[in-house]
Design a protein around this ligand. Structure first.
Ligand SMILES: C[C@@]1(CC(=O)O)c2cc3[nH]c(cc4nc(cc5[nH]c(cc(n2)[C@H]1CCC(=O)O)[C@@](C)(CC(=O)O)[C@@H]5CCC(=O)O)C(CC(=O)O)=C4CCC(=O)O)c(CCC(=O)O)c3CC(=O)O
Ligand SMILES: NC(=O)C1=CN([C@@H]2O[C@H](COP(=O)(O)OP(=O)(O)OC[C@H]3O[C@@H](n4cnc5c(N)ncnc54)[C@H](O)[C@@H]3O)[C@@H](O)[C@H]2O)C=CC1
Length: 199
């Protein structure tokens, strides 16, 4: 079972084991959120190549024996791990050990060993919409994201920023919660007319 939470990743130390296509997708997400990412992998794939300079890259051919020494390769106070090699058995062994040292763990080929999943995700400035099917169908999550992207276009960037400023102003200005709520309800129309719609 998973529950949705919005989490601060800026400056957090994260480790990704494996440097292939799927690892690169998760690394891109972590870097965009400002995480401090260490990658441990035998190779750096062409998907990872453009991100390599933004990570600490440790080239290692991991074996089952690393299960006992992996801790020495991890950054201090590591907050989150993604285990993403294409070797299911190695992923299994590493995950068992990493779980003992790192609070958040995602194993890309094993839902049971993961304590969080990556959702499909829309970002328009401060507005973030995450979609999960609890691991049942990542493709449905992707399709729902594409559908919602039509509704939540770039017009939401400024809109949400302005609402934040208005709310700060209202918190200073109105004396009662009732008045503040009434004002904020009034200035928060939804849905916005899409920028692409005519008239
Ligand atoms: C549990 C979870 C764990 C996690 O990765 O966090 C997970 C697990 C697995 N995915 C697998 C396969 C695929 N995943 C995708 C795509 C995405 N997968 C994502 C998330 C998640 N995938 C988490 C649950 C999300 C939820 O709750 O719904 C997305 C949303 C976000 C992201 O990856 O960042 C991203 C779409 C993002 C976007 O486009 O916006 C596609 C389609 C594609 O690539 O186009 C396929 C091929 C089709 C298929 O097989 O279904 C496999 C089988 C691997 C194997 O072959 O063995 C496993 C392993 C398993 O289920 O055990
Ligand atoms: N969660 C998700 O969203 C998805 C998960 N998957 C799973 O992700 C796994 C990885 O897929 P891809 O990235 O496409 O594979 P890939 O073949 O592109 O990459 C595998 C990476 O693991 C590294 N690696 C393999 N053995 C290693 C070892 N002994 N030591 C160090 N590094 C090692 C390789 O150097 C390579 O960088 C697949 O096995 C699949 O089960 C696949 C699709 C989606």
């Amino acid at each position: 079972m998973t529950a949705p939470l919005m989490i601060q990743l800026a400056g957090k130390r994260c480790v990704v084991i494996g440097g292939g296509r799927i690892a690169a997708r998760k690394i891109r997400f972590l870097l965009e959120e400002g995480a401090d990412v260490t990658v441990i992998s035998r190779e750096c794939s062409k998907d990872l190549q453009p991100l390599r300079q933004q990570c600490h890259f440790l080239q290692k051919d991991l074996t089952k024996d690393h299960v006992h020494t992996i801790k020495s390769l991890l950054p201090d106070a590591c907050f989150l791990a993604v285990v993403a090699t294409n070797n299911r058995e190695l992923n299994d062994h590493l995950s068992d050990t990493l779980t003992q040292h790192i609070p958040l763990i995602n194993v890309v080929d094993n839902q049971e060993q993961s304590n969080f999943f990556f959702p499909a995700y829309i970002k328009q400035g401060l507005l973030k919409i995450a979609i999960s099917t609890s691991g049942a169908s990542p493709i449905l999550a992707k399709k729902i994201k594409r559908h919602l992207q039509q509704e939540f276009g770039p017009e939401y960037k400024n809109y949400v920023k302005n609402l934040q400023d208005e709310r700060t102003w209202a918190q200073k200005t109105f004396r009662t919660e009732e008045e503040r709520k009434a004002y904020l309800e009034k200035i928060t129309p939804f849905p916005l007319a899409s920028e692409h719609e005519e008239n």
